[in-house]
Design a binder for this molecule. Structure first.
Ligand code: ADP
Ligand code: MG
Length: 734
């Protein structure tokens, strides 16, 4: 496999497009020739491990069976041998701490010895557990610094892989990261719990319909949006470098009004980059399939084939890393921030989510028989009910300083959590609940209760609604409000927990009903409970334009919350019902929940703090000096014109420019000072929640007013004098 992959890259054209033979047959560049070659997956395991060891990994991944230290030792040996043949010298536990993307600490396989040249070693113990010096990772107070140790523990359900950067190859072992007292300090640990939890709950509910179902998996396909800018421009924008977004900048005349970028032809330079990072991703087993331009200029998207949720989350984290690293080789910078440019669409990460049984049935795909329809409706309605009951929690799961610029900023998607299901399914639910007009056909079920018929061809039937935060798209729900730089685990922990919890409640209610009403058929009981849910949770179903001000009013009437900022959104994590939900179901302890929320508040503050500081600097050291330089030129010009006898009226326009420049400089100077004062006042507040609120309400408003004055100056000042690359330069990568 490796040799053909090498040929593949050697055959790449400069633009990175696949090489074709004259007869138009794709040869070595076939992705299937090198897909997964840098992953210690089943194929590579077979070559380096015994059958028993392969089975142990498979069992651990599929049914969570633990691996004995003896087998772990054998697996470590095999993994090491494989990694050495691939050119690795080091290994690392690879984990996802609560702030930042992924973390690594490389250790060498090599062990020197006194007698000879030393040996390459990797023990089972080193594979299974490590103790990174973790004191600098956020723990929200769980780990006091004197008890700084945390440990990482191997997750055998996500295969080890080889990361190559700058020609250096490192064996990476996906792990969870926990404190010594057992609290999770990362994204993965709770995700594994939430997934196991919903798998069981869904499997139990499936027994009503098919007793052959023994297990379920959670499927997740993450569409990733991103911007690309030229490195040269990026390096001249301290705001992009330090805060990930432009804090200043006039929106260009040709922004996205024409919407001609969407699905348009991909610029050559971008295509070359895409092909390169895709190849790297494919070697890492990330099943990328789609690439295209997005709505905004300079914005693009890629999407993989869906996978098991834990793997999909790992792959998305890894993908972001790969994208950033490959961009450097193309003199590009990838911007994963939710809103890098004002007035231009932001970026999200659409989480396509479903539940699939071990018998291969997608529970959110309507089948062609009434029995299957009832099963579909069960999972469909329970998901909507869960979202209705825990909308605030779902909102909290995606709350970050960056995402605030999308949610609640009159942009896709809105901060109001609603569910889009399309007109057809709205009719289906109306008829099912007995309130419809029979627009969806009713079919006689085998148990002679009427079950609404859901057409199988739903996939082609669901209309699209780009403004919805949570949309049903034919055979899956798509959580579209997740931020583009986020770790998807945060939203997936919440979604899987609330739906799992709802499924447990549903089953208890159906069983109770059956117990109390002897002789009632199971289908009837299922239907009865589902219909009882519909009354309430239909309030969250919305098919209209989510950006409109009418929706804000309508949502209020419906009693749906519109939470537009992070500090307020995060409160949901600490509500009684949230604590109860997570603690009861074993996803988070109360302490973990508090610690995590604290970290989220702190992250929010940190972001705003950085933005505030960068803004101060930009204004003082870049914008004001440039404005003064230009103003001086104009003033000197006025003086020289007047000195040669020109009339005052002939220099009127120039005097106006000089006056306006002074006005905006004064405005900037005073706003800058006020913001600094507000920041120092805020920093004195001990409680993170309160501090975050003050940052949101007192500090952040200055960002807008400062930007306003600066953008006015950008319009006034000579282009050649302006120190920062402008939107027009940055947005059109060529
Ligand atoms: P779009 O939403 O752009 O029309 P697709 O239908 O290709 O795109 O789906 C987007 C993502 O949804 C892909 O990652 C795809 O693999 C994933 N997806 C498709 N079916 C499922 C499913 N049953 N469960 C989870 N994800 C799915
Ligand atoms: Mg989609």
């Amino acid at each position: 496999m490796p040799s053909s992959a090498n040929k593949a890259s050697a055959n790449r054209s400069a633009a990175g497009s696949p090489t074709r033979k004259k007869d138009n047959q794709v040869i070595e560049s076939k992705i299937s020739n090198y897909f997964g070659e840098n992953v210690f997956g089943p194929e590579n395991q077979k070559q380096f491990l015994s059958k028993a060891a392969c089975k142990a990994i498979d069992d651990a991944a599929k049914i969570g069976k633990s691996i004995s230290l003896e087998l772990a030792h054998e697996i470590a040996q095999g993994m090491k041998e494989w990694a050495l043949t691939k050119g690795c010298t080091h290994y690392t536990h690879w984990f996802q701490p609560l702030r930042g993307t992924t973390a690594e600490k490389h250790d060498s396989f090599f062990e020197p010895s006194t007698q000879d040249t030393g040996v390459d070693k990797f023990s089972g113990k080193a594979l299974v557990q490590q103790e990174p010096d973790a004191s600098s990772f956020p723990s929200g107070g769980i780990r006091n610094t004197f008890e700084a140790r945390g440990y990482t523990a191997w997750d055998p359900s996500s295969p080890a892989f080889i990361m190559e950067k700058a020609g250096v190859k490192t064996l990476c072992i996906p792990t969870i990261f926990v404190s010594y007292t057992g609290e999770a300090l990362d994204y993965k640990a709770p995700l594994l719990k939430a997934v196991a939890f919903i798998r069981k709950a869904a499997t139990d509910v499936c027994q009503y319909f098919d007793t052959n179902v023994k297990d379920c998996t959670i499927s997740l396909g993450v569409e990733q949006e991103y911007f690309l800018v030229d490195s040269e421009h990026y390096n001249r924008r301290p705001d992009l470098m330090l805060s990930g977004r432009t804090l200043l900048g006039q929106v260009p005349a040709k922004g996205q009004q024409l919407e001609d970028h969407y699905f348009g032809s991909i610029p050559n330079r971008v295509l070359a980059y895409m092909a390169d990072f895709e190849e790297r991703a494919h070697k890492l087993g990330i099943p990328l399939r789609t690439r295209h331009n997005e709505v905004a200029p300079g914005q693009f998207e890629c999407a993989p084939q869906f996978e098991e949720a834990n793997l999909a989350v790992d792959h998305n984290s890894l993908l972001m890393d790969v994208m950033e690293s490959v961009a450097e080789e193309h003199n590009l910078k990838v911007l994963l921030h939710e809103k890098p440019f004002k007035g231009i669409n932001g970026s999200g990460k659409h989480n396509n989510w479903s539940i699939i049984t071990n018998t291969g049935v997608n529970l959110l795909s309507p089948g062609n028989s009434p029995e299957q329809n009832l099963q579909f409706l069960t999972f469909f309605v329970n998901t909507i009910k869960a979202v209705y009951d825990h909308a605030d929690l779902l909102r909290a799961s995606i709350a970050t300083a960056g995402n605030d610029h999308r949610l609640g900023a009159n942009e896709a998607p809105p901060a109001i959590v609603s569910v889009f299901i399309g007109e057809l399914l709205e009719h289906v639910l109306d008829d099912f609940g007995g309130t419809g007009t029979g627009k969806s056909r009713q079919k006689k079920g085998s148990d002679s209760i009427k079950i609404t018929h859901v057409p199988e061809i739903l996939l082609d039937n669901t209309d699209r609604n780009r403004t919805s935060p949570f949309a049903f798209t034919g055979n899956k729900f798509e959580f579209r409000a997740v931020g583009s730089s986020d770790n998807c685990a945060s939203s997936m922990v919440v979604l899987n927990t609330i739906v799992g919890n709802q499924l447990i409640k549903f089953k208890a209610e159906v069983d109770e009903f059956l117990k109390e009403n002897k002789g009632v058929k199971k289908d009837e009981a299922v239907k009865k409970v589902l219909v009882s849910y519909l009354k309430d949770c239909k309030k969250i179903i919305f098919g209209g334009n989510g950006y409109s001000s009418d929706w804000v009013k309508d949502a209020k009437r419906r009693g749906l919350n519109n939470i537009t900022n992070t500090p307020e959104a995060l409160e949901a994590y600490l509500s009684k019902s949230a604590v109860n939900l997570f603690v009861k179901n074993g996803i988070f302890s109360h302490k973990e929940l508090e610690a995590r929320t604290e970290i989220r508040f702190e992250s929010y503050i940190l972001r705003l703090q950085i933005e505030g500081r960068v803004l101060n600097e930009l204004i003082q050291n870049h914008v004001i000096p440039a404005a003064i330089r230009y103003q001086k030129r104009v003033a000197e010009n006025i003086a020289s014109l007047l000195s040669i006898g020109q009339s005052k009226s002939s220099v009127r326009a120039q005097v106006e420019i000089v006056t306006n420049i002074s006005k905006y400089i004064n405005q900037l100077h005073s706003d800058n000072e006020k913001m600094t004062q507000e920041r120092s006042k805020a920093n004195k507040i001990g409680d993170a929640h309160k501090r975050a609120m003050v940052y949101c309400n007192k500090v952040k408003p200055y960002f807008d007013s400062i930007r306003d004055s600066s953008d006015r100056l950008e319009q006034l000042v000579d282009d050649s004098e302006w120190p920062l690359p402008k939107y027009t330069e940055m947005l059109f990568v060529r």
